[in-house]
Design a protein around this ligand. Sequence first.
Ligand code: F6P
Length: 319
Amino acid sequence: MKRIGILTSGGDAPGMNAAVRAVTRTALANGVEVFGIRYGYAGLVAGDIFQMTSATVADKIERGGTFLYSARFPEFAQKEVQLKGIEQLKKHGIEALVVIGGDGSYHGALRLTEHGYNAIGLPGSIDNDIPYTDYTIGFDTACNTAMEAIDKIRDTATSHQRVFVVNVMGRDCGDIALHVGVATGADAIVVPEEEYDIKEIAETLKQGFANGKKHGLVVVAEGVMNAEDFKNELLKYGDFDARANVLAHMQRGGNPTVRDRVLSSKMGAYAVKLLLDGKGGLAVGIENNKLIAHSILDLFDAKHQGDYSLYSLNKDMAK
Ligand code: F6P
């Protein structure tokens, strides 16, 4: 392996820069040249490709966002567009491509693999919705950002004895809501993976106030319902002073946490090691604190498994 390419794609996630750095530095240390591709698959097809040095990734480990930029590029679902991408890679003599991204980006890497091109994926997404990995790059930082925001919301909720219904991101996955809900002591967590009873949630909130609590907090995953609609539903069962809040894209920004920087560094170095060992067509993950690589071709036959014990844990503690 003489030359690899790297791109970040889809929704950005804190730690993507640290992962690009890890891949680049590990490859260079092993005599492999690294080419960066800007704007994800869109930049790949357009040929926005440049050679990176060790200095290109200096001062990047601590930065949020992605200095390679990203793009949503649904056109990459078309075969002729995929083949154009492969043409660009071959033109630049790039033998393997490291893709850092979430669900959509992995599907792009899967298509390249199906065409016989060597692609390897690192799970970069705040959503934590990729199969065969306990954690994705960016999830921990997003959870911490959401937790800090909700801590602030709680201050004003308590002052006004209000209920807040807060939407967190995650697309169809409830992991951010589950972790942040437990970390902020929510009265209820609402996620797509678990049934909920809005009447029961209203009763829990009422009981909380009756027990002397001065605020109520419901953390709702965006994949279930928007916070405003949920609040309106809730008000049918309880006479609260309530407000809705959507945290949205702020959860994608900010400097990555220690956890995300370390995870990115480990996964990036591991991806290069796999390529040096002549492997490819893989999705890197971490399970029980051990790095693993699963075939990208059947990755989506499985569904990501979150820690759903957090749901009942929180229910018991909210009483
Ligand atoms: O996949 C990351 C994510 O932030 C999701 O949580 C969210 O549903 C989506 O991307 C938002 O996408 P966009 O930035 O394109 O609005």
